[in-house]
Design a protein around this ligand. Structure first.
Ligand code: ADE
Length: 268
């Protein structure tokens, strides 16, 4: 997968691209990330990438020409690389479609992904015409699209085959099947009086699988009931949800607050 990031601040990406899973994926060539400095496509001595808004008002607006020319350069590079796939251009903006796991999976299937980071008070409206998709990472305004681009890249990369090790699977994690992940434990079996649930030490794989599924359902019910409404549930899931409801009715949950915190997590 090739990812082209168009930004005024390429230096912001060095940490994210140089470390951890993303860093290793890039090193191994599973993902190729090219940072394109929008300022390289300006034409004046001051490398001006923004200007005053027509009609007046506060703040500066990113000019369209450097962004269009940067996109042209990316398109030329893709064409000359022999790649048959057109770039898929995403604009990071708080006005975009809210980013989610489904979108991350979709974008992971694209071979030439272009992420355009807006900055300053916004960008000239004509920049929008370049984009196949506008993406927001949430209902808040950041100082620029760089951090959102990192968020998108990181979440997308996890779904690119070969990025996660063979022992790690994005499928079993929160959101992949529409549910939150249940509690996880590692050694020691007891820490400061908090014990790992007995069942996880039992070696009974079927029981463990069922327990994990139940914990995942329970956590989703407690924290994100909206996700549970949309999830595709199996007959076993429905059975487990009934068990959860009976246990709650039986007062099993005394000592935990609404978020499920307050008692030792996951020991029931
Ligand atoms: N640029 C500024 N804020 C943003 C957001 N929430 N999502 C995407 N791009 C942005």
């Amino acid at each position: 997968m090739n990812v082209y990031i168009l930004t005024l601040f390429p230096q912001m990406f060095s940490g994210v691209l140089g470390a951890s899973i993303l860093g290793r994926a890039i090193e191994r060539g599973v993902i190729r990330v090219k940072l394109v400095d929008i300022r390289d496509f300006t034409h004046d001595a001051h490398k001006t990438a923004d200007d005053y808004p027509y009609g007046g008002g506060p703040g500066m607006v990113m000019k369209p020409e450097p962004i269009y020319e940067a996109v042209d350069a990316v398109k030329e590079e893709i064409a000359s690389s022999g790649s048959p796939d057109a770039p898929y251009i995403c604009l990071l903006t708080p006005q975009g479609e809210t980013f989610c796991d489904r979108m991350a999976r979709e974008l992971a299937g694209i071979s030439n992904l272009v992420l355009i980071c807006g900055h300053y008070e916004g960008f000239d409206e004509r920049v929008r015409y370049l984009a196949d998709r506008e993406i927001s990472i949430g209902d808040y305004v950041l100082t620029g699209g760089e951090i959102p681009a990192m968020v998108v890249l990181d979440a997308v990369a996890r779904y690119v085959p070969g990025v996660l090790g063979s022992d790690q699977s994005p499928r079993s994690e929160s959101f992949a099947d529409g549910l939150l992940e249940g509690p996880q434990y590692t050694r020691p079996a007891e820490y400061r009086g908090m014990k790992v649930p007995e069942i996880l030490l039992s070696g009974d794989h079927e029981k463990i699988r069922r327990w994990r599924r139940k914990q995942s359902l329970k956590r989703t019910l407690e924290r994100r009931p909206d996700l549970l409404e949309k999830a595709v549930l199996t007959p076993e899931d429905r059975e487990l949800l009934l068990e959860i409801a009976w246990e709650a009715d039986a007062g099993d949950d005394l000592g935990t607050n609404a978020s499920g915190r307050g008692a030792q997590p996951g020991v029931k």
